[in-house]
Design a protein around this ligand. Structure first.
Ligand SMILES: [Zn+2]
Length: 63
């Protein structure tokens, strides 16, 4: 019975949920960006990349 109910989810419902999650993701990304932009970075790392010890932003030195 429960399985049948799960299968009843329409593609529209699933798509709506995906869109909701996407909106949530976009919000989280902009939040992260805001933190990174207001951070007075303090990078620590090796010759290939550095990571800010405050906000975790990664700074690649060699590509
Ligand atoms: Zn930082």
């Amino acid at each position: 019975m429960i399985r049948e109910r799960l299968a009843d989810r329409t593609t529209q419902e699933i798509k709506a949920e995906i869109n909701q999650l996407k909106a949530n993701l976009a919000l989280l990304h902009s939040e992260l960006k805001a933190i990174e932009q207001s951070c007075h970075h303090q990078f620590k790392g090796n010759t290939y990349y550095e990571t800010c010890i405050k906000c975790d932003k990664v700074h690649t030195l060699y590509y």
